[in-house]
Design a protein around this ligand. Sequence first.
Ligand SMILES: NC(=O)c1ccc[n+]([C@@H]2O[C@H](COP(=O)([O-])OP(=O)(O)OC[C@H]3O[C@@H](n4cnc5c(N)ncnc54)[C@H](OP(=O)(O)O)[C@@H]3O)[C@@H](O)[C@H]2O)c1
Length: 267
Amino acid sequence: MKSIAGKTVLLTGASGGIGVFMARALAKEQATVILVSRSEDKLNDICAEVNALGGKGISIPFDLSKLDELPSLVDKIHQITGHIDIVINNAAVEKYRCFQDYTLEDIQSILVTNLISGMELTRLILPGMIARNSGHIVNIASGSGKKGAPYNSIYSASKAGLIMWTDAVRQELADSQVNISVVCPGYTAAGMFFAFGLPAPKLAKVSQPQDVAIAVIKAIKQNQPEVMLDGVLTRLLFSNVQLFPEFGDHIFRWIGIRELNKNRSEQ
Ligand SMILES: NC(=O)c1ccc[n+]([C@@H]2O[C@H](COP(=O)([O-])OP(=O)(O)OC[C@H]3O[C@@H](n4cnc5c(N)ncnc54)[C@H](OP(=O)(O)O)[C@@H]3O)[C@@H](O)[C@H]2O)c1
């Protein structure tokens, strides 16, 4: 999709963190941005910003974990805008725990918000895109989907799921003009990473949220299959973990990720 101007973009997780920067970047591209998350007041503020920056903002407060209500969300958006050109599945939650300390409810809520709601939204919207032979889905995953994040294992599983689901669907859509990308931020100086007030591990690159937003726009315009925002060392590690998983474990321990995440699980 060469231009985003005038396109209708459904952006989930628009009320905070990196989502706000994506909304601003889309506004500057003159898109119509459907802003979805649970916090109505925050969404309304972002909506005003989108309008001021040259886009058209429409805020729809909605809890994506209510899977049964997703068809009505999609119907509502169709009634307002006619169709949806781009979906950015960005909303996510995380909870640090030793795996055995998660409740079944924790497991379900993290997987539903981070993985299944994006799958279901896409399942509902994709037929229209295929009929028009135009559209783009962007799934926001994480480096935690490339190598397991200790004490954040459910989040990690949800992000690994997003990466492989994107990979499979891209192959299904290969003969069409409907595209799908996965963007994997690393440590980012906004949102859930900063919520803990702990430093990033040594040697880890910390991206700015604007960089993630720029990467998303570029992924759409250039139809990039997968984008990683981590530094070279981390990317090298991720490219080797399938061959040498225990080597990756040692690196994670050495650069302090295991300790950092353990501290988070105890907060
Ligand atoms: N920040 C990082 O360092 C980092 C690193 C790697 C990947 N990522 C990924 O980047 C994306 C954005 O992360 P972030 O740091 O910006 O996170 P964040 O600040 O915690 O924001 C998460 C967003 O998701 C929304 N959300 C959560 N549960 C929802 C639900 N049930 N229904 C609707 N909306 C819901 C939240 O809004 P409400 O609370 O208003 O609903 C919020 O707008 C996520 O996919 C995350 O996994 C972030």
